[in-house]
Design a protein around this ligand. Structure first.
Ligand SMILES: [Zn+2]
Length: 113
């Protein structure tokens, strides 16, 4: 049997393998467990995004970057930008932060999508 023809993805998920081995009842229980794990991950991601950047880190970045956008040098609408987004495993450390103006921050966000 070629798995790709049944799933369209070319591979079977854990719950689909369970369904093949144990039948549909077991697969339902397994899917429920995976849903709760996914919910917990969502909570964790949201919580880390809410951790504020410490004031001393902000001050360090402000001085390092000269109080202006590191891309275009603007001094208006400045924001602290996570070089690696928190959602992708970035941290609130100075090495992962830079000053961007709102315009450059939006442009960066668009390019990541
Ligand atoms: Zn800018």
């Amino acid at each position: 049997m070629y798995a790709g023809t049944t799933t369209g993805r070319g591979w079977l998920s854990a719950e689909e393998v369970q369904a093949l081995i144990l039948g549909p009842r077991a697969a339902t229980a397994q899917a429920g467990a995976e849903r709760s794990v996914a919910l917990n991950m969502d909570v964790a991601a949201t919580a880390s995004a809410r951790i504020p950047i410490p004031d001393d880190v902000k001050l360090f970045i402000w001085r390092r970057d000269g109080g202006r956008c590191v891309r275009c040098g603007s001094q208006a609408d400045l924001e602290f930008d996570h070089i690696i987004p928190l959602a992708m495993g970035g941290s609130n450390s100075a090495r992962n932060l830079q000053i961007l103006c709102a315009t450059c921050n939006r442009a960066k966000g668009a390019s990541l999508v």
